[in-house]
Design a protein. Structure first.
Length: 427
């Protein structure tokens, strides 16, 4: 069976839901395809950053079970804590929201369907290329042929559409892996935990404990890889993180994590171009995950909106227009942050010392604002203030690092060498 649409959106996560919604509202005939039955869960920290919140507000969307998150507590390897303030910017609010992906993705998909998007439950197994190299249609495992003038792939970091279309180069990607579970807890502020894997050698990632709904907090741990996708045996690390949080009083001593979910991350806009021909990649499929702190929902929604607007402006030029829009929105930050992340992975001892310094009492008050703005990718759109000026300087320095080629800085960092210690070392 063959069906034709103005656009085919593959993947009904935050990026796919937003892209299909914006297109359907414009009057386009759009298919929204996903292999899963909804509602369905996804591995995630459930924290939507300020830019994502702004997209929801701009589109007049509300999501259920959304709690507000403002300031964040960063915990260094020494156990000292630095409160990172949330600022209102010119182009984003001064808070994020916390909402389970089970609820968020379902709400965005339902909004798209109510606007007129056509749901398709199917796994994409092939693409059909035309004589000009454009993708005429995606082919489903059940034989359905979904033809579209434009294909928007919002199907995750491993993007089957990008792979089938020849757009994904795994060797040039900056990979990460994360797992999460829910644990009984009331968490006042989102907590980010930076740890040493061994004395004065930073763990190649971080742990988190975020507030959740119905007395269930979201606890997780993620790691970065310099290159390639290796093994990521993180369950033991998560168990040790929960035990450490219990020792420090952030969780009750008897709290244990529930079922664990995990997934791959592709960060820094690496591994694929944003578009090729009539195929546009949005969200995780485009690698638009913050390399420094792993946020993906906000960038996914921003990129999806940009993709849909490029299609609405003119399908024939959607690819070049979208590529330009992505570069404007993410280029100044993502490339520099990816270079910085690779450099930090290369120098675990130096990174351990830096994180200790940033959470030291004498320094944290002076650096917390800059850390918060730059690390969260909020420099562009920040209101003028000393922290924003300093964050712009940091971004410029990171951009210079990227200009020297961060791939040359990247070592082969393996997760097994970076496992958390079995018990917290006395300090």
């Amino acid at each position: 069976m063959s069906r034709r649409f103005d656009a085919v959106v593959v993947g009904a996560g935050p990026a796919g839901g937003i892209a299909a919604l914006v297109l359907a509202r414009s009057g386009a005939r759009v298919a929204l395809a996903d292999k899963a039955a909804f509602p369905r869960d996804k591995a995630c920290g459930d924290l939507v950053g300020p830019r994502g919140v702004q997209v929801l507000a701009d589109l007049g969307l509300s999501v259920p079970d959304a709690g507000h998150g403002s300031d964040l507590l960063a915990v260094g390897p020494s156990g000292r804590r630095s409160r990172l303030p949330a600022f209102t910017g010119r182009t984003y609010p001064g808070h994020g929201i916390i909402v389970p992906r089970l609820a968020l993705d379902h709400a965005l998909r339902e909004a798209a369907l109510q606007a007129g998007a056509v749901p398709v439950r199917a796994r994409i197994t092939a693409v059909e290329a035309g004589a000009d190299g454009r993708v005429d249609a995606v082919i489903c495992s059940d034989g359905q042929r979904l033809a579209g003038e434009v294909i928007i792939a919002a199907d995750g970091a491993l993007s089957p559409v990008a792979r089938l279309a020849g757009m994904l180069d795994p060797q040039t990607a900056l990979w990460g892996f994360a797992i999460r579970a829910y644990v009984p807890a009331e968490v006042p502020l989102p907590l980010l935990i930076l740890l040493d894997a061994s004395p004065w050698r930073i763990y190649p990632g971080y742990g988190w404990l975020f507030p959740g709904a119905d007395g269930q907090a979201n606890v997780g741990i993620g790691v970065g890889f310099a290159s390639g996708r290796g093994q990521a045996p993180l369950r033991g690390d998560l168990t040790r993180l929960v035990a450490l949080l219990g020792q420090r009083g952030d969780l009750s001593g008897h709290a244990g994590p529930g079922p664990v979910m995990g997934g791959w991350l592709r960060m820094g806009g690496t591994g694929t171009p944003p578009a090729a021909g009539n195929v546009l990649l949005a969200g995780d499929a485009a690698g638009l995950i913050n390399p420094l702190q792993g946020e993906g929902i906000g960038p996914a929604m921003v990129s999806a909106r940009l993709a849909a607007e490029a299609v609405i402006a003119g399908p024939a030029r959607a690819g070049p227009a979208y590529t330009e829009a992505i570069e404007t929105a993410f280029g100044p930050y993502m490339t520099g942050a990816a270079a910085l992340q690779s450099a930090l992975l290369r120098r675990p001892r130096t990174t351990s010392a830096v994180t200790r310094l940033l959470t030291a009492p004498a320094v944290r008050r002076a650096t917390a604002g800059t850390w918060s703005i730059y690390w969260n990718g909020l420099v562009d759109g920040a209101r003028p203030r000393p922290s924003a000026w300093t964050a712009r300087a940091v971004q410029a320095l990171a951009g210079r690092l990227a200009g020297r080629g961060y791939d040359s800085l990247a070592p082969a960092v393996g997760v097994p060498e970076g496992r958390l210690p079995a018990r917290e070392r006395s300090r």
